[in-house]
Design a protein around this ligand. Structure first.
Ligand code: ZN
Ligand code: ZN
Length: 285
């Protein structure tokens, strides 16, 4: 099992500690590689996204840590870039020109208007009460419409490009499954997800197995029942904890690898010397 993590947050966004605290925990747990992926700047300020003004300092701080911990752990700098719409996503020059080791593309917001302001954003990743109000008010109380909109946005994100990894690809089910009428087994849910996986494969992207809610809620993104669909499409994967607290750098990893093995995977993608490399599951570290 690889001891690595490429999806993580720190106090440059909504992570709860300094980058170096995360590195110390990763080193203490014997990690081979660790990557930072702060929430990207947006056209508007939020509580959890990085500010554009802090980008230089973020890059400089991770560069400092890379040098300081050389020989102990491989450190990488990435971003978790929000896909908002075709005009604001990882493919725009601002993100393409940043000197990053990798980019994760994620959807947290579905814009309700072409005017990209926070008040026009339907957040899919926040509190359930807010999510339910959004489905009621903007999707006519029909969870199928929200799901369709989410997977359309995921398709647009993959189409737009500029990313290496699709982040928490089906996060919509976290809140969606609590809304009346939702079903992971319904054709209206499965078909757009499977079409998305086909498209991800066609574009040669990686998909993370996100374990942020695995220990707490028993959930992975992608949902465990779809891991076999990734495997049959030969989609490359890695296990990421999406941690916001240093003591959670390794949260859910062992179980995540177990689920991958059960689904028939025999390798994960790992950054080794700066290159994405397929590493067998059974190789130590
Ligand atoms: Zn995210
Ligand atoms: Zn994240």
């Amino acid at each position: 099992m690889q001891l690595s993590n490429y999806h993580s947050h720190c106090n440059f966004c909504d992570g709860r500690s300094y980058p170096e605290d995360f590195v110390r925990f990763a080193v203490a747990r014997g990690f081979r590689a660790y990557g930072f992926s702060s929430h990207s700047p947006l056209p508007f300020e939020t509580f959890w996204n990085m500010s554009r003004d802090d980008m230089d300092e973020y890059l400089a701080e991770i560069a400092r840590l890379k040098a300081k911990y050389e020989g102990q752990i491989e450190l990488y700098v990435g971003l978790e870039v929000d896909f908002l719409d075709r005009t604001y996503n990882a493919s725009i020059p601002y993100f393409r020109n940043l000197p990053l080791d990798y980019r994760i593309g994620s959807i947290h917001f579905l814009p309700l208007s072409p005017v990209l302001e926070e008040r026009n954003m339907a957040c899919i990743d926040g509190a359930y009460s807010e999510f339910a109000r959004t489905v009621d008010a903007f999707f006519e109380g029909d969870i199928r419409r929200m799901v369709r909109r989410y997977f359309e946005a995921e398709m647009e994100m993959v189409e737009a490009g500029g990313i290496d990894i699709v982040g928490h690809i089906d996060k919509i089910y976290m809140n969606g499954q609590r809304y009346p009428g939702f079903s992971l087994d319904a054709e209206w849910y499965r078909r757009p997800l499977l079409d998305l996986l086909d498209f991800v494969r066609e574009r040669g992207l990686m998909v993370e197995v996100n374990t942020k809610n695995l220990v707490k809620k028993g959930e992975t993104y992608p949902h465990r029942q779809f891991l076999g669909e990734l495997r049959s499409r030969r989609i490359p994967v890695m296990v990421n904890s999406d941690c916001h607290y240093p003591d959670l750098v390794n949260d859910g990893r062992a179980e995540g690898f177990r689920l991958l093995e059960q689904a028939g995977f025999d390798a994960t993608m790992e950054l080794v010397g700066g290159k994405w490399t397929e590493i067998g599951l059974r190789r130590e570290k």
